[in-house]
Design a protein around this ligand. Structure first.
Ligand SMILES: [Zn+2]
Length: 655
């Protein structure tokens, strides 16, 4: 898909009123200069979800969810980035541009795909109509009635019927020579090799249309009505249908008003439909394939918790283990997977039909956490009371410890293995194979999405989110004591810039977990700029300060650059969200919900900080010159003089 130009997104955000957008979905109440509500992304009784109208972003003090209008739509309506942009653009009456002009080949390919989608959509309508009109329909109707399906749910999933016979679809759609070929490509017809004739692929079957994430029908599943084989038949791989990537029921769930942070993954079409009908709409199925890593990433883009349901039989156990192996690399901190094994002879469909959704929920509460299942499976047949059994478990489990994407996950697995094997963590770490090459980054669409303010702090980076949103009574005036410098930026003698210091400049936010404590100098200056972007024009930053070993100094330099292009706080934040991820952004957003300080104070803080930065810059330059040996005496002297002057000029802020 063509990339959406960045300046278009900025324009779009400038024309969108976030308060209006959110208020239409989650009624907001004005509290001081911001708006608040109970958070739509986590369960709560007192409102900690805050929307800042001046800066056009939202932030939840409870779960850390934060972002701008695009991020909100993505998260609230389960859209991907292009979909959210499209929806905002429609609202604003704007046309989403393509960044590269379309070529004739692009156009032709698009047309071919479009006519394939059209044909598949016509086929879907044909099958639905046959369920109502075909002379042989009664068998299908009886089957669905026996399974307890309501007419409403059949309509929601567009369940249809392919009558017996070899040319019902061909005649029903009046396919011409060209469209016959297309129907073969789309997996609706099969061409016989011996006589080159085509016939219907789906015959005497209940038909389940498979929709993609945009709701387009891309393939079909068919369940046999007689004794024919196989029991379930799926569309083959086609230009629009890729089994290993699609999840049956995902679009239907996204259409529902359900806002669960959990998705059930079941095996069959009927399981999805029955669960949805019986009050568990947050359910999808893989399409006759094992759960793949693509599936896992897709699932985790929607929710933080995935419950995999399996039959308790041997095939179920095999499928569960395969699923675990493909899920591990997609497992980031804050995401959760659990394994639910159903009692023998039970499937999700029969369970909810006979015992209701509570029975499923009760089983879910007892479902295995991923680590429990992993070690239980690997320990099978081993006697952990013996040294030998524990050593075997260590050898079997070691290859899995480094697989999860999330460092906290990796640490927890190591800890658990250490407990089970009674080997201390250090011994286990020594047994580990050498670290693998850097992981490939996830797909571009999720990155693009995240870049535009789709953030969710579940599970990691949770700092002290305890403070409620500021209210009229408590305007949350944080200055100046909240503004105490955390990083020694005002310490004129910090010129020991060792390699060690440099390594600590940008701590990995994940490894660092929840960093507490006051904001760094650079973070605070970014905040000042968010409120008073014009300061940068009047009092620019000293040159070359990005070299200074101060935390977040590169962020400050980037934001200063952005200030020249974006003159409102909202535009600046949008651009910032595109740059900055994770903890730093989250801290800044949270801090930025407080009322801005007075302009006079902001200017003073800014000027003081500039002096401090100038001192640091000169110190660094001097150290560099001295370490290089044999400094040019004139240059050296000039630096010393400048430093002395700068130190004199620099006052400590707020003294
Ligand atoms: Zn929340």
């Amino acid at each position: 898909m063509a990339r959406i130009p960045e300046n278009f997104v900025q324009d779009l955000l400038a024309r969108t009123d976030l308060v209006e957008l959110i208020d239409a979905r989650v009624p907001l109440k004005k509290t001081g200069r911001n708006y608040s509500a109970c958070c739509p992304f986590h369960q709560e009784k007192t409102p900690s979800f805050t929307v800042a109208p001046d800066k056009q972003f939202y932030y939840c003090f409870g779960c850390g969810a934060s972002g701008n209008a695009v991020g909100f739509l993505m998260e609230y309506e389960h859209l991907n980035f292009p979909e959210a942009v499209k929806q905002l653009a429609d609202r604003a009456g704007m046309e989403v541009p393509e960044s590269r002009p379309e070529t004739t080949a692009d156009r032709q390919k698009k047309d071919r795909l479009q006519s394939l989608y059209d044909l598949l959509s016509r086929a879907e309508k044909f099958y639905v109509q046959q369920l109502r009109q075909a002379p042989e329909r009664q068998k299908a109707v009886n089957y669905l009635k026996n399974r307890g399906l309501s007419g409403e749910i059949a309509k929601q999933f567009a369940i249809g019927f392919a009558p017996p016979g070899y040319d019902n679809l061909i005649n029903g759609l009046s396919l011409t020579e060209t469209s016959l070929e297309q129907a073969v490509t789309g997996g609706l017809l099969v061409r016989r090799e011996d006589n080159n004739r085509t016939y219907d692929k789906f015959r005497d079957r209940i038909i389940f249309p498979i929709r993609d994430s945009r709701g387009r029908t891309i393939g079909f599943g068919g369940r046999v009505l007689g004794d024919g084989k196989p029991k379930y038949l799926n569309s083959p791989e086609t230009p629009v249908f890729h089994k290993g990537q699609e999840l049956y029921g995902l679009w239907e769930w996204r259409q529902s008003r359900d806002r669960s942070d959990r998705l059930y993954v079941v095996e069959g079409y009927m399981d999805v439909i029955a669960l949805t009908q019986h009050g568990v709409p947050n359910v999808v199925a893989t399409l006759g394939t094992a759960t793949t890593e693509d599936h896992a990433r897709k699932l985790f883009r929607q929710v933080n918790e995935v419950i995999l349901c399996f039959d308790g039989d041997k095939a179920g156990v095999r499928a569960a283990w395969r699923a675990l192996e493909s899920l591990l690399p997609a497992l980031d901190d804050g995401k959760q997977v659990r394994f639910l094994f159903l009692p023998d002879g039970e499937d999700p469909d029969t369970l909810v039909r006979q015992q209701g959704p509570e029975a499923l929920r009760a089983l879910t509460d007892k479902a295995d956490a991923l680590s429990t299942y992993l070690f239980r499976h690997l320990s099978e047949g081993l006697d952990l009371e013996t040294v030998d059994g524990r050593a075997r478990l260590a050898r079997l489990a070691l290859p899995y410890l480094d697989k999860p994407a999330g460092p906290v996950y990796r640490a927890l697995l190591t800890e658990e293995l250490s407990r089970l094997t009674r080997l201390d963590k250090e011994s286990l770490i020594q047994l580990k194979p050498a670290p693998a090459a850097p992981r490939p980054t996830p797909s571009t669409s999720s990155q693009a999405g995240n870049a535009y303010g789709y953030g969710h702090g579940h599970g990691h980076g949770d700092e002290d989110f305890g403070s409620p949103p500021p209210t009229e009574d408590d305007p949350g005036m944080p200055y100046p004591e909240d503004f105490a410098f955390a990083d020694g930026g005002n310490n004129g003698s910090s010129n020991n810039f060792t390699a060690d210091n440099r390594n600590r400049i940008r701590p990995n936010p994940r490894q660092n977990g929840g960093r507490k404590g006051p904001l760094t100098l650079a973070e605070r200056l970014v905040l000042v700029l968010l409120d008073y972007p014009s300061l940068i024009e009047q009092h620019p930053l000293p040159d070359n300060i990005e070299q200074l070993p101060l935390p977040h100094i590169d962020l400050l330099v980037q934001v200063a650059g952005l200030c020249r292009q974006n003159h409102s706080a909202a535009a600046l934040l949008g651009a910032l969200m595109a740059l900055e991820q994770g903890e730093t952004l989250s801290r800044l957003l949270k801090a930025s919900l407080k009322p801005p300080m007075e302009e006079e104070m902001a200017t003073r803080l800014w000027l003081d900080a500039l002096s401090q930065l100038e001192v640091s810059r000169l110190e660094a330059a001097l150290t560099e010159v001295e370490q290089a040996g044999m400094p040019d005496p004139a240059h050296w002297q000039a630096l010393h003089k400048a430093l002395a002057e700068a130190r004199q000029h620099a006052r400590k802020p707020f003294d």
